[in-house]
Write a protein that binds this ligand. Structure first.
Ligand SMILES: *Cc1c(COP(=O)(O)O)cnc(C)c1O
Length: 380
């Protein structure tokens, strides 16, 4: 089955009890046991819940993994991953990261003595060099957030495995509709399902997908031990979002492509970051590795902070808000919003300047979105 069919049918068969086509929301926190050593696979809602099971099986299938695990948030999933890396572990992370991921890595570095090296993994030489010494975990975002750099998953996974590291990929931006990191050698995929998988900006959720059976066991144990699990209602909403993932990602991309093209070369814009543009430094790699370029576009305005502020004030459809991946278009000012926890010097050193604006292109009519961004730049 192809992807658009799998997002609808790659779940467990209709509810065995009633034939319900969609997974019922099982709100029971506990389950009757036939005897102390006999149950139907469900004992207590933190450990397993039937609605969550359907979501977890669907996630595993879409990401080409062995097992999926659902969490209360993307950072809940990441916290659970970090529980597997004790004091003294070495993490090599891409240097352009979701701000909350950076904050949590820094917490583990300071509090628990985990070593974290931030490396531009989109640069093949820097990636090779980073894995010349032993490591325990490689942490990749591609496209990166917010600069939309592309990391060569196959090459970096090979180098990381050579150094003894497990390979984790935060696939929130691409989604399995556009990129399945396990097919390129990743051991573990993380999602903030808050974003494209949920797709409607109405839940906070996270997920892990594991490539190996041994990891599936270990992380399922940690999921239960840490307890950052989603409610059955949220699990249902993510499943509902996933059913339209294929069509939504195509619509997001049509919007992003139109916006990126309209802004590239605009006199008020210094630079457009979008992997679908031929001018993107890793456009060829993106074309090889991905089945599309996604809905995120970042632009660097000429005139720094005042220009960015004026642009944000004049937008009418793009709503100034954190988050991304919902049907509605959102705009973010990384330096003061999503990446405010990263110190200025560090931020600017790798290109997250005060003039940078990140657009999450929604599924409105692309022409309206182009009118909105060009209108907000008029007179500049
Ligand atoms: C939002 C986001 C996260 C964190 O997920 P939450 O659901 O907000 O906890 C992690 N990684 C990326 C790329 C994100 O966009």
């Amino acid at each position: 089955m192809r992807f658009d069919t799998r997002v609808i049918h790659a779940k467990q068969p209709a509810d065995p009890l009633t034939g319900a086509v969609n997974a019922p929301i099982y709100l029971s926190s506990t389950f009757r046991q036939e005897a102390p050593d006999r149950n139907r696979g469900y004992v207590y809602g933190r450990t397993a819940n039937p609605t969550r099971t359907v979501l977890e099986a669907t996630l595993a299938e879409l990401e080409s993994g062995r097992a999926g695990l659902a969490f209360a948030s993307g950072l809940g999933a990441l916290t659970t991953v970090l529980e597997a890396f004790p004091s003294g572990s070495r993490i090599v992370a891409v240097d352009d990261l979701y701000g909350g991921t950076w904050r949590l890595f820094e917490h583990h570095r300071r509090q628990f003595g985990v070593r974290v090296d931030y490396v531009d993994l989109s640069d093949p030489d820097a990636a090779e060099a980073a894995f010349r010494e032993p490591a325990d975990l490689a942490w990749i975002e591609t496209p990166t957030n917010p600069l939309l750099k592309i990391v060569d998953l196959k090459a970096v996974a090979r180098a990381a495995h050579g150094a003894g590291a497990a390979v984790g990929v935060d696939n929130t931006f691409a989604t399995p509709a556009l990129q399945r990191p396990i097919e390129f050698g990743a051991d573990l995929v993380l999602h903030s399902t808050t974003k494209y998988l949920g797709g409607h900006s109405d839940i906070i959720g996270g997920a892990l997908v594991l490539a190996k059976r041994s990891d599936a066991k270990r992380y399922a144990w940690l999921q239960n031990a840490v307890g950052a699990v989603p409610s059955p209602f949220d699990a249902f909403l993510v499943l509902r979002g996933i059913h339209t993932l294929g069509v939504r990602m195509r619509a997001h991309e049509a919007s992003a492509r139109a916006v990126a093209r309209a802004l590239e070369g605009h006199r008020a814009i210094a630079r457009v970051h979008y992997p679908g543009l031929a001018s993107h430094p890793q456009h060829a790699l993106a074309r090889r590795q991905m089945d599309g370029y996604g809905g995120m576009v970042s632009v660097e305005l000429k005139g720094g902070l005042p220009a960015a502020r004026s642009f944000l004030r004049r937008l009418k459809i793009f709503t100034l808000a954190e988050s991304l991946g919902g049907v509605e278009s959102l705009v973010d000012h990384p330096a003061s919003m999503t990446h405010a926890s990263v110190p200025r010097a560090e931020r600017e050193a790798h290109g997250v300047t005060d003039g940078l604006v990140r657009l999450s292109c929604g599924i409105e009519d692309p022409s309206d979105l182009v009118d909105d961004v060009t209108g907000a730049l008029r007179g500049r």
